[in-house]
Write a protein that binds this ligand. Structure first.
Ligand code: NAP
Ligand code: F7E
Length: 343
């Protein structure tokens, strides 16, 4: 039986990965930060099957301790300050966690158990102002946020420990992946939650920023499988994980509203643009300047050919199914919330 240690276990990806590792028979250890009110986040349904360790990516001692306790054969480093907007508000905390935190984890592995395999959660945000379309493993990085900059360090330090110390260390350059468990501040979940509320009459409209940026969106469940595959190879390497399809935020919005039978009609330009329910004429989408970013990543489109040919990875959940699942889930959650409030 192998031991796996997952940082960020209660986040979106951590939860799907924990389910996968449990299914595969691993002893699963998960790092959590201590909070005033205990919160198992997305792993509450499997909390009794996980060995939790209190640790923090900024505290190397706690990570050494986590390695000693878990004797991990595989470490999946998913912990991060992962919201791009917050990285402008907290650039230093983001760097401490997303950049130096990776070095802390690698040092803990090197000191306690150098035979342990390591996965680093790298990101398409490293491509930022894209230097080629589509982006692949060899595309130069040009990050556009403190988050992207911190992740570039995490990516290179992972490669460096592979080359300097011979650690089996891989980076997955994952493009946006979403799910029913996505945090509500990210645009996809913000949209599907609002669609459910507008449809059920408990919200009038949604306010968004740049609706013209393009993202390559997949489902988290498919992407965590790629993480696991990377650590099962004979040789450590880095891989782009993406769908090779790109869509605007506007297209995501239209698809999500269509799932509940609402067609969107657009009128106006720039910050004055609004989206209306075609049937009722009600304004359901507005633009709010506060959701624009100081620097935007305009287009992301990934080429997953290497992962498909070397790892045999293929995404299973289409864009349409992703939106369908997220809207369906939020319709149910909002329905329950309304019923609870009416008790
Ligand atoms: P997420 O839902 O935000 O989860 C991140 C987790 O990291 C949370 O459980 C959080 O715990 C934990 N964490 C934050 N700071 C920590 C610290 N100092 N010490 C220990 N744990 C800490 O993110 P996700 O979407 O699952 O993403 C997983 C990883 O993939 C992240 O590294 C992210 O940057 C990266 N990534 C994500 C995407 C995507 O589209 N989802 C794409 C590429 C890369 P708390 O509850 O304590 O905050
Ligand atoms: O923004 C635009 C926004 O916050 C997507 C993280 O998982 O993926 C994620 O980063 C787009 C951007 O994700 C709103 O300007 C418009 O162009 O959902 P997001 P992200 O920034 O792409 C990468 C790969 C990661 O690694 C990150 O950890 O949507 N947008 N209006 C908006 N975005 C938000 N959040 N809210 C809006 O109101």
């Amino acid at each position: 039986m192998k031991n796996a240690l997952v940082t960020g276990i209660a986040g979106q990806d951590g939860s799907y990965l924990a389910e996968l590792l449990l299914e595969k028979g691993y002893n699963v250890y998960g790092i959590m930060r201590r909070k005033a009110v205990v919160d198992y986040g997305n792993v509450v349904h499997i909390k009794d099957k996980i060995h939790f360790i209190y640790a923090d990516m900024t505290d190397v001692v706690s990570l050494i301790n986590a390695m000693k306790i878990s004797q991990a054969d595989e470490v999946y480093n998913l912990a991060a300050q992962s919201f791009v907007t917050t990285s402008w508000e907290q650039p230093l905390a983001t760097a401490q966690i997303d950049a130096l935190g990776v070095a802390n984890m690698l040092e803990a592995i090197r000191i306690v158990k150098p035979s342990c395999r390591f996965y680093q959660a790298s990101t398409s945000e490293m491509f930022g102002l894209v230097q080629e379309i589509p982006q692949r493993e060899t595309t130069p990085f040009y990050p556009r946020s403190p988050y992207g900059v911190a992740k570039v360090y995490g990516h290179w330090i992972t490669k460096n420990y592979r080359e300097s110390y011979g650690l089996f260390a891989c980076s997955g350059i994952l493009f946006n992946h979403e799910s029913e468990r996505r945090g509500k501040e990210f645009v996809t979940r913000k949209i599907t939650d609002a669609v459910a509320r507008i449809k059920q009459g408990v919200q009038d409209y949604i306010e968004l920023g740049n609706m013209d940026s393009k993202r390559d969106w997949g489902h988290s469940k498919d992407y965590v499988y790629a993480m696991w595959l990377m650590l099962q190879q004979d040789k450590a390497d880095d891989y782009v994980i993406a769908t090779n399809e790109t869509r605007t935020v506007r297209e995501f919005l239209e698809t999500a509203f269509a799932k509940v039978g609402i067609s969107v009609e657009w009128t106006g330009f720039g910050v004055d643009e609004v989206g209306m329910d075609k049937e009722t004429g009600k304004v359901i989408i507005k633009v709010n300047k506060k959701f624009f970013r100081p620097a935007e990543v305009d287009i992301l489109l990934g080429n997953p050919e290497k992962a498909e040919s070397v790892l045999g990875w293929k995404r299973e959940i289409s864009f349409d199914e992703l939106v369908e699942r997220m809207v369906k889930n939020d319709m149910e959650l909002v329905k329950r919330e309304i019923a609870y409030n009416n008790l």
